[in-house]
Write a protein that binds this ligand. Sequence first.
Ligand code: NIG
Ligand code: FE
Length: 417
Amino acid sequence: MWDALFTDCRLATMAAGAPYGAASDGALGVAGGRIVFAGAASDLPDRPERLAISVERLGGALVTPGLIDCHTHLVFAGDRAAEFEMRLKGARYEDIAQAGGGILSTVNAVRAASLDELIAASRPRLAALIASGATTVEIKSGYGLDVENELKMLEAATRLGADCGVRVVRTLLGLHALPPEFHQDRAGYVRLVCEVMLPEAWRRGLVDAVDAFCEGIGFARDEVAELFEAARALGVPVKLHAEQLSDLGGAGLAASYGALSADHLEYVNEDDVAAMAKAGAVAVLLPGAYYFLGETRRPPIALFRRHRVAMAVASDLNPGTSPLCSLGAAMNMACVLFGLAPEEALAGATRNAAAALGLGEEIGTLEAGKAADFAIWRVAREAELAYWISGAAPERVFAGGKELRRSGRPERKTQER
Ligand code: NIG
Ligand code: FE
């Protein structure tokens, strides 16, 4: 017997092929935390009551894969509202960073926070993403910038995932900014990240992938290449913040290392888009940062489509450039600001986001064999998921077949037969 069977619903399976992969009179079967059936109710092998312990009719609601936020920096302490005010008065993000503010001001706050304080400060942000429908969230380090504090951030991310009942994917972002103590010794810091920070995080099982900020105010291509060599030697997947503010050829470099994704990409050139297509790297679009920094150059969506580069959409949740705790809002911005179709935005927050995390076999679509991560939405049209500026609110969210409790809302009893 299956554990649960949901019927009388529309399924947006998001399996590759037709938009939404929709089944209108759909059914979703769950057993042992995995999907055992996803398709038309007429294809069920038996009568619902004979198949599952619990059978629920959803009254025509829409069921989608659990959303996947494949790019966040949600573990941090403090905030950057003062910097926001400075930017509104005309200061540029790059100038604030160069004057020792920006990322480094968050580094000071993170270093001063204990592990428990860091977790407590970050938990509401993860809870908000879950409330927006997320069942998998990637979290980067990058505000510790020394071995002890980067490990503390990764530990915080690990604990938050366990506490909140969602899958958290941890990415080491040691090459995010040059810490002040290495001001005279860039090479020494890159060496520390490659030779100590990454191997130590890996040995402790605290890291799933490696990232870097390839930018004029971040790190150069050859420094990133050094990190990617170290990651390759250990077998750690790589991804890259590339071409957010200028074209340094980061996306091409990432593609040459078989990166899972290159992220931002406002300034990427066509050769590097072609290289990404060849390498199967996902283009992760981060409209929250584009919006919050008041950028005007959009990522080349037409080129991604033409070269068949899969596009993901993520929140980039961080204190400096994207204080955005809703994946639905990021989907809305991807449509309004970048011109994605609503079904592309949803694919970007499900199937393609899974690929950007190397989890395409496990999550991202409603297909038998995958984890039972899904969200139920009381909407009449699929496009509504990208329509609300503040994001649509899912009625219920399940991760690994278990219903996640939403704050302020009592746990719902499933209807037993
Ligand atoms: O993705 N670009 C670098 N990292 C973040 C910003 C981090 C910050 O300003 O704190 C980003 O936009
Ligand atoms: Fe980022």
